[in-house]
Design a protein around this ligand. Structure first.
Ligand code: LIP
Length: 255
């Protein structure tokens, strides 16, 4: 597989975020659930280019009707679409290759700050070409934790904020950047120490989950079950101490 070509494809596709006509062409998929012409353009562009590069591999995207082939690309054309709509400059393109058993390769690119995260199973994770070591397992009082509350899933508000409140009182601080792909990659890179969200989709977490594994972090769904890539899932991850705190607090509040 030509990994350099795949990385260049993701970077090239991300340039559509700067097309104001596409960015301001907005539709609603549901309550608080935006889709812009940028999301649709990137999804079509990447699908067509991947078909030329790897015709034997299937394709799964947030903005497409998906057939779950064993070997597939998993794309979030814009992770952080609400941030894009509000011109908040915190969104990314996330692409992962699922080989039928595991995520074997992943790329996440933030076009606003040129941050490029790349990982290959068994060969490590990289940020802007620099190899990421094991994420520092900070003491809880020094941990910064990100959580997603999902503006499209307000039914989980009480539970998510009860967990966040207890976590906040046991760590240094909380963050909410609302792009789960970037948040999970930040955990792998040691910029954050943990992350949790009640319900996200495989395209939100696939590429970043490989980066976690390559940087010695732990992750699972809220019941401790290994992450899968077929359907939506609860998600919790972190360095060992942070992950232990998050799973303990989640078990207390999540019935
Ligand atoms: C978003 C996730 C975020 C979650 C939002 C949404 P999208 O993905 O990154 O963590 O809270 O509900 O799922 O829709 O911007 O690709």
């Amino acid at each position: 597989m030509d990994y350099i070509a795949i990385i260049e494809l993701v970077k090239k596709a991300s340039a559509f975020v700067f097309d104001e006509e596409l960015r301001t062409n907005i539709d609603m998929k549901g309550s608080a659930d935006f889709v812009t012409a940028v999301d649709l353009k990137i999804s079509t562009f990447v699908r067509e280019e991947l078909k030329k590069l790897t015709p034997e591999i299937g394709f799964m995207s947030e903005e497409e009707k998906n057939i779950l082939t064993p070997k597939r690309w998993i794309l979030d054309p814009i992770d952080g679409t609400t941030n894009l709509v509000y011109d908040y400059n915190m969104s990314s393109v996330s692409l992962a290759y699922f080989d039928g058993e595991k995520i074997d390769f992943g790329v996440i690119y933030n076009p606003y700050n040129d941050d490029l995260f790349v990982a290959k199973a068994g060969e490590g994770a990289y940020l802007n070409g620099k190899k990421l070591g094991m994420a520092p397992d900070r003491e809880l009082k020094n941990c910064i934790i990100e959580f997603g509350a999902g503006s499209t899933k307000k039914q989980y508000t009480e539970e998510s904020f009860a967990i966040a409140k207890e976590v906040f009182s046991n760590c240094l601080d909380i963050r909410r950047i609302c792009s789960s792909a970037l948040a999970i990659a930040y955990v792998a890179a040691g910029k954050l120490n943990g992350y949790f969200e009640r319900s996200i989709k495989p395209w939100d977490y696939a590429a970043a989950t490989l980066m976690l594994h390559e940087c010695g972090c732990m992750c699972s769904d809220w019941n401790g079950t290994p992450i899968q890539y077929d359907e939506a899932s609860s998600y919790v991850c972190g360095t060992p101490k942070a992950y232990a705190l998050l799973t303990q607090v989640i078990n207390k509040h999540h019935k």
